[in-house]
Design a protein around this ligand. Sequence first.
Ligand SMILES: Cc1ncc(COP(=O)(O)O)c(C=O)c1O
Length: 411
Amino acid sequence: MTTVFQDVAVALVLNGQSDPHRAYGRRQREIIDLADTEAAGREITNWPDYRPTPLVSLPGLADSLGFDRLWCKDEGQRFRLKSFKALGGAYAVLHHLQRIAGAAAGQPVSAASLVAGEARPLVRDVVVACASDGNHGAAVAWGARMFGCRSVIYLPRHVGEARRDAIAALGARIVAVDGVYDEAVARAAADCRAQGWISLPDTSAGGDNETPNLVMRGYSLLAGEILDQLPKGTLPTHIFLQGGVGGFAAAVVAHLWQSLGPRRPKVIVVEPERAACLAASAAAARPTRVGGALDTVMGCLACGEVSRVAWEILQDGVDAFVTISDDAIAPTMLLLAEGVEGDPPIIAGESGAAGMAALLAIAVRPKVARAIGLAPDSRILTICTEGAIDPASFKRMTGRPPLACGAGRSG
Ligand SMILES: Cc1ncc(COP(=O)(O)O)c(C=O)c1O
């Protein structure tokens, strides 16, 4: 394990702006506050098949790395979409449909009446649209189907067939964009303006932030689940969060910051080295775009531009930004699937494994580990943000089908 992870390229940007005693601010509360998270939770926990995803304890891996505790929240078990993204995109669809249906009916329309079909005639001609690296589009298409409207999803060049077919199977019309994620975002926004469709971006370039805020409020439910699931009286000292445009990390940070104040864990945001717009923004102390092909096996993190609303939270709430090279991912996926020393297996997709991959690479670099305060008494939380959504890709990466490989004990 050591040799593999020693070869991984790791770069660290420590964030001079973070301060555990800084209060969660007024501007940040406008984007997402605890009442917003509770409102999202009241809706989402009533959707068919909702249940919290497991917080898996990994004592074998913690021991082998020399840390006190290690957990992995397994979002591969989130609804049937296998990604936390289901929480955000579908919540935004619901919010907009309730607004439209409520205006048409002249009275509030419940999510239940949309799910049950009674209110569907009010929304069935509505079209919601977004760009996606895969999972946000699946979430919007799934929400459109659950609540009864139509969806159009814009996929950038690098999104593979399996993800595309999964979104189409949810009833969406797919538009293939011959460009990177940020180009798909621009194309989706332009078509929405021209067609009168509802645009549901998971990222904000400034301007109207309503939908990116809603999306993050939906994600933040998972941070509340984590606080409920941790052993009583035990908090993590560190949390590793994947970064694409930053919305996911910002949602989790916002919730932990407000709920725990100075007791919140140190936050480490993890990005692919070739799509590290958050690390670049931290280094420049302002939102900074990165260009190029953004090619990485961590396809859902292949974003060149930060979400402005996410940055409002991340700029003060993140302790360190880490970038890793692609060679960290396959061994991490395999290690998680096999389970170390009887740990329960976790089936992670490429982007889902990135947080743990960064931890494994840092654990064999004492200087980097010290710089972020990792020590033998550390209690570390990682999030597997997606399962094996593309089974063929999982097999290519690990040499195995996406089934639990190890003997692993459960719990
Ligand atoms: C599996 C997975 N992990 C992490 C992320 C990062 O989320 P964000 O783009 O909000 O930073 C994404 C985004 O699509 C994702 O699909």
